[in-house]
Design a protein around this ligand. Structure first.
Ligand code: HEM
Length: 416
């Protein structure tokens, strides 16, 4: 039996989305008492959904495709053109396999070691300074980690500039004015930097380390047996190093949790891998980062009596699903121990997307993220002592991406 989908009236609600940010969809699901509703965003009819069942539906490849789903401003800053995020079907699977081939156990061990190495260097450096901002320091540290892991040469004097470009790519997509223009500008510069490297690798002027992302992407062949065009190869290279730097946002929130949850911090003494793991899982569940992901209806279908019309833009609420009251006990409480008995589910806990890494669009870098976060948490909780001065530790639900307002300032750092 068909029934009308709950619908928000009015010509356009993009401003409300910008204002309410991470809570825009949650607020309306509460009002409608429905995990699915229809509205108008960026001038078009848009279906919004949250929850486990909605996520399972969203990741059904027969029902949703990515072609034409990402907003232009996101393509122009965060994603780049013709990257893996925009592909469907066989072309997507083939490109995604290239990314997943970089995620071996050895590669995870290597990112862990690199993260430790650069935290050790950073911690020594912090000792010589009066105070440091964790977010800014984490970005630079991870820029070094990202480049070394990916086989990208980076001279010490380049770190600041490259970090600035990569940071601007993920700080800008939901902004207007100067910040957005900074993101556009950074994409041009970053693509030209990385294209130059790929050209050098292809022409044998530079040898990328074997199995590195730089080598694999430079020589990857598409389904027609062709090398990726230079621009697309650069976009995919940035799809590796940009999000590694973006883990700095999670590191700032990890630091916030360490500061605000002394009892949870205490449980981390001894650096037990399982405890570190539960804590960072809860950081990924609890704090806002990637708000939604978007797709379009592949063909007309009916779900729970609601008609989904071909081509309709559809957004899955990642933040709202991770806080859904039917799925989580006390969702607004920070409780790492909830992961102790957690059996796992591809559609409930979806900070980096849901479904399957190989066949769907779920984040290719989820395991990299976990390794970087566990190592960083160990430094923040156990391997440095520091004071936390008065500062604004609040964060906004309308800034996308959100960050603690102070960027987390610490003083009198000592390695322990
Ligand atoms: C896709 C989040 C880190 C590479 C995604 C998606 C989300 C996400 C939400 C889209 C899922 C979807 O549309 O279904 C995050 C967050 C990160 C992070 C919050 C923390 C910083 C990383 C890292 C890498 C990475 C470290 C490095 C390789 C990718 C790629 C895709 C992706 C290549 C596209 C996958 C596809 O379209 O098949 N990520 N990610 N991400 N992520 Fe991440």
């Amino acid at each position: 039996e068909n029934r009308p989908m709950p619908a928000e009236e009015g010509l356009d609600h993009s401003l409300a989305f910008l204002k309410e940010g991470y809570l825009y969809i949650t607020n309306r699901t509460l009002g409608f008492q429905s995990d699915v509703f229809e509205t108008r965003l960026l001038g078009e009819r848009t279906i919004c959904m949250r929850g486990e069942e909605a996520a399972r539906l969203f990741y059904d490849e027969d029902k949703f495709i990515r072609f034409g789903a990402a907003p232009k401003r996101v393509i122009k800053t965060l994603f780049g053109e013709n990257g893996v995020q925009t592909l469907d079907g066989e072309a997507h699977r083939h490109r995604k396999a290239m990314f997943m081939s970089l995620m071996s156990d050895d590669a995870m061990q290597r990112i862990r070691e690199l993260t430790r190495k650069y935290w050790e260097i950073a911690a020594k450096n912090f000792e010589t300074r009066k105070e440091v901002e964790i977010y800014e320091e984490a970005k630079e540290l991870l820029c070094r980690v990202a480049c070394e892991w990916a086989g990208v040469p980076l001279e010490p004097e380049e770190v600041r500039e490259k970090t600035g470009w990569l940071g601007a790519l993920f700080e800008s997509p939901a902004s207007i004015g100067i910040t957005y223009m900074k993101g556009r500008n950074a994409r041009t510069k970053a693509e030209s930097w990385v294209s130059g490297l790929i050209e050098d690798v292809r022409a044998n002027r530079f040898t990328a380390p074997e199995h590195s992302a730089l080598a694999v992407i430079s020589f990857h062949r598409d389904l027609n047996g062709q090398l990726l065009d230079l621009k697309t190869a650069a976009v995919e290279m940035l799809n590796i190093i940009r999000p590694i730097v973006a883990v700095s946002i999670y590191i700032a929130f990890t630091a916030l949790a360490v500061i605000q949850q002394p009892e949870e911090r205490e449980k981390l003494a001894g650096s037990d891998e399982v405890r570190l793991g539960h804590f960072i899982q809860e950081v990924r569940r609890f704090y806002p980062f990637f708000p939604v992901t978007a797709a379009r209806v592949a063909e007309d279908f009916v779900w729970k009596g609601y008609r989904f019309e071909q081509g309709t833009l559809t957004m899955l609420d990642l933040y709202g699903t991770n806080h859904h009251p039917d799925l989580w006990d006390k969702p607004e409480k920070f409780m790492p121990d909830r992961f102790h008995h957690w059996r796992g589910s591809p559609f409930r806990f979806i900070p980096q997307g849901g479904g399957d890494h190989d066949t769907g669009h779920r984040c290719a870098g989820e395991w990299l993220t976990l390794e970087i976060m566990k190592e960083s948490l160990d430094f923040l909780a156990n391997r440095m002592s520091y004071d936390v001065p008065q500062q604004d530790l609040s964060y906004s639900f309308s800034d996308i991406p959100s960050l603690p307002h102070s960027n987390i300032v610490i003083q009198n750092v000592r390695s322990v």
